[in-house]
Design a protein around this ligand. Structure first.
Ligand code: SF4
Length: 348
């Protein structure tokens, strides 16, 4: 398959499937306007396409179709045990987009979804309503960019801008910061920081990896240099920034690679102005890893002999301790310890 010419595949989003019910939705129209040459196919339900049996995630990912639909049923979820809550009591996440324009080999989405196509839910207003209801009960910490990279899709959806407006509206209404939103990204689009202003309650979480890890496993993502430059600009412009060294990925000379990455990060970013950092080695549920391994038989990162511990695969405790300990020790030289969040299974 690797020998096929690049132009063998359809360009991204050359085909867009649209649920009939949302065809006239303003967000559907806005998104379709961005793809005037796309072939539009009307469908009853996004699952008719996204959840078909026998799809090949990896092949579809090379020629992604877009599916526009309405999210129904449960619209926000309790944070998963493999994710960090950063000390927030009421930790939720939501998926207004499913799948990602990037292609990280270790990404759990390859084990979670039956399809490599992307789904964008256009009924954000229903998600906002659910969050409003939850805010009547308690403060909410909401991650909106877990099952995708929302910032990398901003030119297509404009959803980050809409979430910012929603957060600001809530802040004015509640007269306090009861809503905290995390937007996790590997995007390095500096123009975003130029087009927007910092907003209290929104934290941008930029994931950083050594360049060797990016080259080997984070396909189509911006380089470390680009991510650092973007993070620097965000901080200079006053945006709240979290740096995520998560997942740390084992490679032969990981100490050298992660040491060099930190050297570049502290040379490029004013660490005193970073909101906080997260550290965690790769971990994934056993069900997802099973499918990831089936989908990517030649991938060293998913075929690694991880340890299965209560349904979660991870590195051995000894290797986890060495890798996380190494990074935390280095980070402590740059940032107060209370700002370093280490993922620990026991704490969940
Ligand atoms: S950027 Fe995140 S969501 Fe996107 S493919 Fe990589 S790990 Fe998955």
């Amino acid at each position: 398959m690797k020998s096929l010419r690049k132009d063998y595949y359809n360009p991204f989003f050359s085909h867009i499937y649209v649920e009939k019910e949302v065809l006239d939705h303003p967000r559907t129209k806005r998104i379709l306007d961005r793809f005037p040459k796309a072939e539009i196919i009307l469908i009853d339900h996004y699952k008719d396409v996204f959840c078909r049996r026998g799809q090949n995630f990896i092949l579809q990912q090379r020629a992604r179709s877009l599916i526009l639909g309405a999210k129904q049923g449960n619209l926000i979820y309790k944070g998963a045990p493999v994710c960090q809550s950063f000390g927030n009591e009421h930790f939720y996440y939501t998926s207004c987009v499913m799948n990602c324009i990037y292609d990280c080999e270790y990404c759990y989405l390859k084990g979670m979804y039956p399809s490599g196509n992307m789904v964008v839910f256009v009924n954000l207003e229903d998600l906002f309503d659910v969050v409003r209801e939850r805010l009547k009960e308690h403060a909410v910490y909401l991650c909106i960019s877990y099952d995708t990279d929302l910032l990398a899709m901003e030119h297509t959806t404009g959803y980050v801008k809409e979430w910012i407006a929603f957060a600001e509206e809530q802040r004015k209404l509640q007269d306090q910061e009861s809503l905290k939103i995390e937007i996790r990204t590997k995007s390095a689009d500096s123009s975003f920081w130029q087009r927007h202003s910092p907003s209290p309650g929104i934290i941008y979480a930029i994931t950083l990896s050594p360049q060797t890890v990016i080259d080997a496993w984070e396909h189509q993502t911006p380089s470390l240099h680009q991510r650092i430059a973007s993070a620097r600009e965000a901080i200079q412009r006053g945006f709240a920034l979290r740096l995520c060294f998560d997942p740390m990925i084992y490679c032969k000379d990981w100490e050298t690679q992660y040491g060099e990455m930190l050297r570049q990060v502290s040379a490029g970013i004013d660490m005193k102005k970073v909101e906080d950092v997260s550290v965690g080695t790769f971990r994934v549920s056993q069900d997802y890893l099973k499918k990831m391994r089936k989908n990517q038989p030649d991938s060293a990162v998913v075929q690694f002999p991880y340890i299965n511990d209560g349904g979660v695969y991870h590195y051995s405790d000894e290797l986890t301790g060495r890798m996380e300990g190494f990074l935390v020790d280095r980070l402590k030289r740059e940032i107060p310890e209370e700002k370093i969040f280490l993922w620990e299974k026991e704490s969940q």
